[in-house]
Design a protein around this ligand. Structure first.
Ligand code: ADP
Ligand code: ZN
Length: 743
């Protein structure tokens, strides 16, 4: 009997081992094992049980970890696809698929002392003091509880409880105690809402696929295009309920940034708090290693049937799986930025095909990729064009900041109209959200005499001035320095530096001077010192202790505050100037999402979009809530250049400390590709060119951009080419298939 394994260490190869007779029943595909490798032992995952091996003299597996295989066969299939399509080794793919906390040899369970009541003794009961009697009563009420909790509840000591044990009334023993990241929260149950027609139609289509698990692949994936506030979440909730009724579970992916307590609560409130008490497991990066371990096993053992999580939750071992939901499917955070560079939305669609489940991709602003797939008939399009609760879409006004600059004599932060609108809201006790996607006070500091700009010594960006810290900071690598009193350039050394550009700190400061009576709070990653700050600010905002909330993309998504009737977008052009063909699409999405925060209550919402390029199509289409118009215009430009979704991109980035070596290697790689891919008909190779961010964290970066319509084929070819090309030692190559970040 032979097991083929992938080792946890990077060797880019699979190895065969013998399965010793005494553990043969425990070794399955997906089992974690320990095997001898050279002089040491390493952990590995069983990926196949082949009939025979082409090697003789196989060594035996030393040990099997755990009772059940950790990986299901289907998740293993996903890992293989990821390795192939995204050009990485299987062990790298497996690293993402199985979280570190469950890969370890030691079991990750936390053991604690538990006190348990014994059956009442026959005959005369032992004599107890009043105190002992009280404690025993508590234990009997609970039947069983952690010792620490008993001590807290009764204010007693371990010695006292021990005396009860000596009398044979209770036992104290080690037990596994499950960590619950949401313990101690009271969530009020909710019941399903009566759906409106649009919602009902969408749900019916999804439920039909959930019911029929033998349908053909293309019909199983939906794109749910519903405006902000159209009630997509309610559709998700009812589709999940339907999957549960059919005996299967569900995975809900949400972007990390919107995995807020508010979001998690909506799911727990429907499923965990009600009579059915279905466990909802939550997976995200804020969990401790132990919490992640326990959440994962709750899923693996089938106790949690619903998983809500960020990107990597797509690998959650839910069995059987009936439904996958990818909320805000256009979000770039679904793409992993290090190897394996997979896109969780695309993995979701593939998993749906492998497991014959329904997949729902939801968004108010779908990615052009997904919308194009819907138009081509690869996905089924479900439209929800109006808000669920009859609320109107907010009125969006675009303010031309060029004419404001003339009126106000100098680049303004706030247009006169926006300030007026905020004043009105203050008088009416309504709330305002102000959005600017940049932290800090000023985006750079500059000498007005010689033009010197303080830059990061490790990255090709200017340093951002942070007023509160009184420091200059790099937003790429985190480098900080103190603010120089005078211009540090050698010829100058005279004047003090000026603040150029805007950040949220400056918005907050300036606003407080304009509206001294307003209660203003800032929410960005600088303002949040502790984990709990986020919740505190949001709950203060909810109960009306804050009039105006200023923030970065943290406040752009998913928040639902009925009393917000005004949204101001301070500088809508910020993202338009990025060297990225998706700059327009990102801006359209962001503006639409932010605008969607307004008018979710009884009063109609109003949005001010401040822009220096007010006629830009991304801004104009967002103003009219016109996704389809934007899509059609943008597609023309994409098709002309062979950009996605028309073609596909592979970005090859070379990195190293020596710019010469990096640039030389990029040239070398290009000529290799040109030779090896000569027969590849529609391949276009652009570059090499310095990356938009040419230096980051002291590494120089050069890029080659490959465009084709046949990416799977190109991936395979790339894997071969890469294996044969030699680079200088200090130069590394990263392959990013379907990149979302071109910087
Ligand atoms: P989306 O996820 O599409 O942005 P939400 O699910 O957050 O929208 O819904 C917006 C609001 O509409 C929520 O307050 C929700 O409770 C409410 N809502 C959703 N569906 C209905 C319905 N059928 N009837 C009444 N209110 C609804
Ligand atoms: Zn830096």
């Amino acid at each position: 009997m032979i097991a083929r394994v992938t080792l946890d260490i990077a060797v880019r190869k699979e190895f065969d081992y013998l399965i010793p007779e005494e553990i043969k029943d425990q070794v399955q595909v997906g089992s974690r094992v320990k095997v001898p490798f050279g002089p040491r032992e390493v952990l590995a995952t069983v990926t196949a049980l082949p009939e025979k091996s082409s090697y003789s003299k196989l060594r035996p597996i030393s040990k099997v970890l755990g009772r059940n295989p950790l990986l299901t066969g289907r998740v293993l299939q996903l890992a293989r696809w990821i390795a192939e399509y995204y050009c990485c080794s299987l062990e790298v793919a497996l690293k993402s698929v199985l979280p570190e906390s469950v890969r370890q040899e030691r079991s990750g369970w936390r053991e604690r002392l538990f006190v348990r009541a014994c059956a009442a003794p026959q005959g005369a009961s032992p004599k107890l003091t009043d105190r002992q009697g009280e404690i025993l009563k508590v234990v009997r009420e609970w039947h069983e509880l952690p010792l620490q909790e008993l001590l807290k509840l009764t204010g007693t000591t371990k010695a006292t409880v021990k005396r009860l044990e000596d009398k044979g009334l209770v036992t104290i023993s080690h037990r596994v105690s499950e960590r619950d990241p949401y313990a101690g929260e009271q969530i009020l149950p909710t019941t399903p809402l009566t759906l409106n027609d649009e919602q009902a139609r969408a749900l019916a289509a999804i439920n039909t696929v959930i019911d029929n698990d033998s349908g053909s692949a293309p019909g199983r994936t939906f794109l749910l295009h519903g405006v902000t506030g159209s009630g997509k979440t309610e559709v998700y909730l009812q589709a999940i309920a339907h999957a549960l009724e059919q005996g299967s579970g569900a995975i809900v992916l949400v972007p990390e940034i919107s995995l807020t307590p508010q979001t998690v609560e909506r799911f727990k409130a429907r499923f965990s708090s009600g009579p059915s008490k279905t466990l909802v497991a939550v997976l995200h990066s804020q969990l401790s290693t132990g919490e992640r371990h326990d959440e994962w096993h709750k899923i693996r053992e089938g106790r949690a049937r619903i998983v809500i999580g960020a990107r990597s939750a797509i690998f959650a071992p839910v069995e059987p799986l009936g439904l996958i939901i990818v909320d805000e499917e256009h979000e770039t955070s679904y793409k992993q930025e290090e190897a394996p560079r997979y896109h969780a939305r695309d993995v979701a669609v593939l998993r749906g095909q492998l497991e014959q489940t329904a997949v729902v991709l939801g968004s108010a602003t779908p990615s052009l990729e997904s919308y194009a797939n819907a138009k081509r008939g690869k996905y089924r399009l479900l439209e929800m064009p109006s808000r669920a609760d009859e609320k109107k879409m907010p009125l969006v006004r675009v303010v031309d900041m060029r004419s404001e600059a003339r009126k106000q004599k100098g680049p303004p932060i706030f247009s006169i109209k926006l300030v007026e609108a905020m004043r009105q809201r203050l008088e009416r006790h309504e709330q305002t959200l102000l959005f600017l996607n940049r932290r800090g006070y000023a985006s750079s500091v500059q000498c007005p005499l010689c033009g010197y700009v303080a830059g990061c010594p490790h990255c090709s960006v200017s340093l951002t001035y942070h007023l509160h810290k009184e420091r200059l900071c790099c937003h790429i690598c985190g480098y900080e320095e103190r603010v120089p009193g005078t211009c540090p350039s050698s010829e100058c050394g005279q004047s003090s530096l000026h603040h150029i550009g805007l950040g949220t700190e400056r918005v907050e400061r300036t606003l407080q001077k304009l509206l001294p009576q307003a209660r203003i709070k800032r929410m960005d990653s600088d303002a949040l010192k502790r984990k709990s700050d986020y919740r505190r600010i949001l709950s203060d905002f909810r109960v009306g202790k804050i009039d105006i909330l200023v923030g970065t993309q943290m406040i752009a998504k998913g928040l639902h505050f009925p009393n917000v009737t005004l949204v101001g977008i301070i500088y809508a052009d910020l993202g338009l100037h990025m060297a990225d063909f998706r700059a327009g699409e990102r801006t359209f999405q962001l503006l639409t999402q932010v605008a969607g925060r307004a008018g979710r209550g009884d009063v109609e919402g109003e949005v001010f979009v401040q822009s220096f390029t007010p006629s830009h199509p991304a801004i104009q289409h967002a103003r009219r809530h016109d996704f389809v118009g934007f899509y059609e215009q943008e597609m023309e430009f994409r098709s002309e250049l062979g950009y996605p979704p028309d073609g596909r991109i592979a970005m090859l980035t070379l990195k190293g400390r020596s710019e010469d070596k990096v640039s030389f290697s990029a040239d070398h790689l290009k000529s290799q590709l040109e030779t090896e891919c000569a027969g590849f008909s529609d391949l276009r190779i652009a570059g090499p060119a310095p990356a938009p961010l040419v230096k980051a964290e002291s590494f120089f970066r050069y890029q080659l951009m490959l465009r084709t319509r046949k990416m799977s084929q190109l991936s395979r070819l790339l894997a071969d080419v890469i294996a044969s090309v030699k680079f200088p030692e200090a130069v590394t190559l990263a392959i990013d298939i379907d990149p979302v970040n071109l910087a």
